[in-house]
Write a protein that binds this ligand. Structure first.
Ligand SMILES: [Zn+2]
Length: 323
């Protein structure tokens, strides 16, 4: 059964409506959206690192303590003892339940049942919506709007306000003066720390890891952005360069340690710089290509981590064609 037909079946069993191409998860099959007893529910397919999932999003009026909500939900008598899937995420006004599956989707009626028991559990834990705007709590807002894909009760003047606030936030961000020297210094420090760690780990367990390179990329990106205080073109050029340099430096440390061991030599800067000078020849002989490849992936990830924050909100009516 394809995703569209499947969602239609769940829709029939839950009373929710199917909106292809719409909803929080950006898939063609879209999602089921609706409000039942004041609780907003969205159900759809999500594919992420963990694999294929059916996800159920439940939204409710803000609660003060999402941690205690999570704990109470776990023990809720409304949920079966052996729960299908697990709580994926929860915040002050939402929870997301993930039902991972392989090859065969769960039966549509099981998904409907799960959505019902989640809603029953939430009834005792958080209040539902009452036809008013979530933000100002006053304007009558009978229908849902998708805010960046999330079904929300938000009146038109609050939508305006969100746009204005985001515009203001974007302007404030532009107005931050970048501190380039700080970014450079912190970036180099992070690259040095990352490189030493890479070299020691490689020496200790005789292996290198892709995650290590990604971690270094992330570390360098964080350090540079913290130093410059914002995402800049300078940083976006510096970050991948430093990540590459950090991994190569880590390799140099690894080879230096290996030479020290095999030749029973004490550590010296002379030895280290000899290794650095001949690094390219050494890399070509050893497994250097692999760590270079990992470093490139790490640098790519670093660039991804160093994106400019987005100051945009998109509001969309349910059932409206995609812009
Ligand atoms: Zn409002």
């Amino acid at each position: 059964m394809n995703e569209n037909d499947y969602l239609q079946q769940v829709a029939a069993k839950t009373g929710l409506q199917h909106y292809p191409n719409q909803g929080p998860w950006g898939k063609k099959s879209g999602s089921l959206v609706g409000t039942r007893d004041g609780y907003i529910t969205a159900i759809g397919f999500l594919r992420d690192r963990e694999g294929e999932k059916i996800v159920i999003l439940l939204r409710f009026k803000k609660v003060a303590d999402p941690e205690s909500l999570k704990a109470s939900l776990k023990d809720s008598p409304a949920l079966p003892a052996k729960k299908p899937g697990k709580l994926g995420a929860a915040g002050t006004d939402f929870l997301r339940w993930d039902w991972k599956y392989k090859f065969t989707k769960p039966k549509p009626e099981q998904v409907a049942e799960l959505a019902n028991s989640l809603q029953a559990a939430m009834k005792t834990l958080a209040p539902g919506f009452d036809g008013r705007c979530e933000q100002c709590q006053s304007s009558s807002t009978p229908s849902l709007t998708l805010m960046n894909g999330i079904p929300t009760y938000i009146c038109s003047s609050c939508q305006q306000k969100v746009h204005q606030e985001l515009d203001q936030a974007a302007m404030n961000y532009e107005a931050i003066e970048a501190n380039y020297p700080n970014g450079l210094v912190l970036g180099i420090l992070a690259a040095l720390v990352g490189g030493v760690a890479w070299g020691l780990v490689a020496y200790g367990i005789n292996r290198i890891f892709l995650y290590g390179a990604i971690l270094i990329g992330y570390l360098v990106a964080q350090a540079v952005i913290k130093g410059t205080r914002k995402v800049t073109r300078f940083g976006q050029i510096l970050i991948p360069i430093l990540t590459l340099a950090s991994v190569l430096f880590g390799d140099a440390i690894f080879y230096t340690l290996s030479v020290m061991k095999s030749e029973s030599l004490p550590f010296s800067m002379k030895l280290l710089s000899a290794v650095v000078v001949h690094l390219w020849e050494i890399e070509k002989e050893g497994g250097g290509i692999l760590s270079l490849l990992f470093a490139l992936v790490g640098a790519g990830y670093a660039l991804f981590a160093a994106r400019k924050p987005k100051f945009k909100a998109a509001f969309q009516q349910l059932g409206a064609p995609n812009p």
